[in-house]
Write a protein that binds this ligand. Structure first.
Ligand SMILES: Cc1cc2nc3c(=O)[nH]c(=O)nc-3n(C[C@H](O)[C@H](O)[C@H](O)COP(=O)(O)OP(=O)(O)OC[C@H]3O[C@@H](n4cnc5c(N)ncnc54)[C@H](O)[C@@H]3O)c2cc1C
Length: 494
C-alpha cells in the first residue's frame, strides 16, 4: 500500500516536472529557433558525459549565439525554477560541465567568434566558445600568442579555460589562465549582464575578474573574454633528457628548481607511457628508458643558450643517460605532439581511463612516483604518469573497463588513495582540472568549516539559489544544505 502511494507520488512529481520542461522547451524554441534547442533523449545522452568518469544528463540543451540570448535563457530557467549549467567543449576532467541537478545545459560552441584584435595593446576580445588554439592562430602572424596551453588546446574553449583556470606545460614560466585575462562579460544567475576587469590595465577596487576565473561556472556564465596576448620569444630550445631510473628524473626536477632555474616548461613521461606514445605518434621518444623530461627554455638568444647549458648540466649530474636538443621546429613540434597526445595514446589501451590531477611539493617527487605506482599495483592497475613535473602537478592515469564493476570500484578507490596521498604530502587535490563533482567530497581534506563558510558566503552572494551549476565544488555530504540541488540528482557513474 505504502509502496503504491510512493510510486503514485513519484509519478505525480515526474509528470509535473515533464510539464515544466515542455513549457520551457516551447519558450526556448521560440527564443532561439528549434535548431538551437535539443530535448530528445537520444540527443541529451550525448551531453551526459565530459572527459571525467562522472555522468549526469541535462533535461534540455541550448546553443545561444549572443550574450542577450544567454541572459534571456537564464531568466526563463529562473522563471521555471530549473537549474542551468554552462558547457564549452566538454573536455573537463572533473565533471564540471555535467548537469548534476538536471535542468538546462547552455553549450557555448556557437558563440565562437573572435570579436576584436588589438595588436598594439596585445589584447583580443573573444566569445567563450572560441577554441584555445584558435586565438594563437589568429595572431601568430604578428608574433603574438595566447600563453595558457592546456594539452587539450586544439579542442577546449576559452570559456572552459576561464571557468577552470586552466594551466598547461608552459604554466611554469607564464602562469595560469587568470594571469592572461584582462576583462570578462558575465551573465549572472538572475540574467543580469555585467562587466568586470578592464581592457588596458588593472581595474581599481576588488579583483573581481580574478574571483570569477576558476569559479567553475558556479558564480556566473562567461559570455565575452578580453585576453592578454604574449609576444613570442626570440629564441626557444627544447631538450629531451632520458633517464634509466625514474628517481633520477624526479631528482633532476628538484635540482633544477633548487638552482633557481625556471624553464618555460618541464614535463615528465614515464618509460611505459613513452612506449605507448611512440607506437601512436612516433614523436622521437626513446622506446627503452625509465622516464624522460621534456624541457623548454626560451627568451633572448644569449640567455637561452646559457640556460640550456645549465639545464643540460643538471640533467647529466643527475645521471641522465642522454640529453638531446631538438634540431629544428619540426623536431620540437613532434616532441610536443607526443606530449600533448599522450592521454589519447594511453586511451587506446583500455575502454576507459581516469586522469587524476594532484599537486605535491616538487621536493617530494622522487618518493611520490614510486608510492603512486605501488597504489596502482595494489588495486591491479599499471598507472601511467605524464605530468607537469616543474609545477609538481601530477596526472596519474588509471586504465580500466567501466563494464567491469569491480574494476570501476578499484579505479575509484585507487584514485582516491592517490589524491589523499598528495594532500598528505602537503600538496593539493587539484592543480588545474578543478573540483567539479569529482572531488567535492574530498574538499574537507584541505578546508576547515571556517574556510567553507567563507567560500559559501562568496558563492551565495552571486548565486544565492544555487541555480547555476549546482552540486559542484562544495561537499554535499557535510551539511551543505546551502548548496541546494533544485531538481533530481541525476544518475552518476559512481
Ligand atoms: C586530453 C586532455 C588534456 C588536458 N590537458 C589539460 C591541461 O594541460 N591543463 C588543463 O588545465 N586542463 C587540461 N585538460 C582539462 C580540460 O581540457 C580543461 O579543464 C579545459 O579548460 C576545459 O575546457 P572545455 O571547453 O572543454 O570546458 P568544459 O569541460 O565544457 O567545462 C568545464 C567547466 O567550465 C564551465 N564552463 C564552460 N564554459 C563556460 C562559460 N562560458 N561560462 C561559465 N562556465 C563555463 C563548465 O560549467 C564546467 O564547470 C585536459 C583534458 C583532456 C581531455
Amino acid at each position: 500500500m505504502q509502496a503504491r502511494q510512493e510510486s503514485n507520488y513519484s509519478e505525480g512529481v515526474n509528470s509535473k516536472r515533464a510539464t515544466v520542461i515542455s513549457s520551457l522547451v516551447r519558450e526556448l524554441k521560440s527564443l532561439l529557433g528549434p535548431e538551437n534547442v535539443l530535448s530528445a533523449t537520444e540527443d541529451l545522452c550525448l551531453y551526459e558525459f565530459d572527459g571525467s568518469v562522472e555522468k549526469a544528463r541535462p533535461e534540455l540543451v541550448v546553443f545561444p549565439h549572443t550574450t542577450e540570448q544567454v541572459s534571456r535563457i537564464v531568466k526563463l530557467a529562473a522563471k521555471y525554477q530549473v537549474p542551468v549549467v554552462g558547457r564549452g567543449a566538454g573536455t573537463g576532467l572533473s565533471g564540471g560541465a555535467l548537469a548534476r541537478g538536471g535542468g538546462v545545459m547552455i553549450v557555448f560552441a556557437r558563440m565562437n567568434k573572435i570579436l576584436a584584435i588589438d595588436l598594439e595593446s596585445r589584447r583580443a576580445v573573444v566569445q567563450p566558445g572560441v577554441v584555445n588554439l584558435d586565438i594563437t592562430r589568429a595572431v601568430e602572424h604578428a608574433g603574438l600568442y595566447f600563453a595558457p596551453d592546456p594539452s587539450s588546446q586544439k579542442s577546449c574553449t576559452i570559456g572552459g579555460n576561464v571557468a577552470e583556470n586552466a594551466g598547461g606545460p608552459h604554466t611554469l614560466a607564464y602562469g595560469v589562465t587568470t594571469n592572461h585575462i584582462a576583462a570578462l562579460e558575465l551573465v549572472m544567475p538572475d540574467g543580469e549582464i555585467v562587466r568586470v576587469g578592464s581592457k588596458n590595465g588593472d581595474a581599481p577596487g576588488y579583483d573581481l575578474c580574478g574571483l570569477f576565473v576558476g569559479s567553475e561556472g558556479t558564480l556566473a556564465l562567461v559570455t565575452e573574454i578580453t585576453v592578454k596576448l604574449s609576444r613570442k620569444p626570440e629564441a626557444v630550445k627544447t631538450l629531451l633528457a632520458i633517464f634509466d631510473a625514474i628517481e633520477d628524473a624526479s631528482q633532476t626536477v628538484v635540482e633544477i628548481t633548487a638552482r633557481g632555474i625556471t624553464p618555460a616548461a618541464c614535463e615528465m613521461l614515464d618509460g611505459w607511457t613513452l612506449q605507448v606514445v611512440e607506437d601512436y605518434i612516433q614523436a622521437g621518444f626513446p622506446r627503452y628508458s625509465a622516464a624522460v623530461l621534456l624541457l623548454e627554455v626560451e627568451g633572448l638568444r644569449e640567455a637561452v643558450e646559457a640556460q640550456a647549458a645549465a639545464v643540460d648540466e643538471v640533467c647529466r649530474t643527475c645521471h641522465a643517460r642522454e640529453v638531446r636538443v631538438a634540431r629544428d621546429d619540426h623536431e620540437r613540434d613532434l616532441l610536443w605532439k607526443g606530449r600533448k597526445n599522450a592521454f589519447g595514446a594511453l586511451g587506446r589501451l583500455a575502454p576507459s581511463n581516469y586522469v587524476l590531477d594532484g599537486v605535491i611539493p616538487r621536493s617530494k617527487l622522487p618518493q611520490a612516483l614510486t608510492h603512486i605506482l605501488g597504489i596502482g599495483k595494489k588495486y591491479g592497475f599499471h598507472v601511467g604518469n605524464i605530468f607537469h613535473a616543474g609545477d609538481g602537478n601530477l596526472h596519474p592515469i588509471v586504465l580500466y573497463d567501466p563494464r567491469d564493476s569491480q574494476q570501476c570500484k578499484n579505479a575509484i578507490a585507487a584514485a582516491e588513495e592517490i589524491i589523499r596521498y598528495c594532500v598528505e604530502l602537503g600538496g593539493a587535490l587539484t592543480g588545474e582540472h578543478g573540483v567539479g563533482m569529482e572531488k567535492n567530497e574530498l574538499m574537507s581534506l584541505l578546508f576547515s568549516e571556517a574556510d567553507f563558510d567563507l567560500m559559501r558566503r562568496v558563492h551565495d552572494t552571486f548565486n544565492p539559489d544555487s541555480s547555476l551549476n549546482p552540486g559542484k565544488i562544495f561537499p554535499l555530504s557535510k551539511g551543505c544544505g546551502e548548496i541546494r540541488i533544485r531538481s533530481k540528482e541525476a544518475t552518476g557513474a559512481r
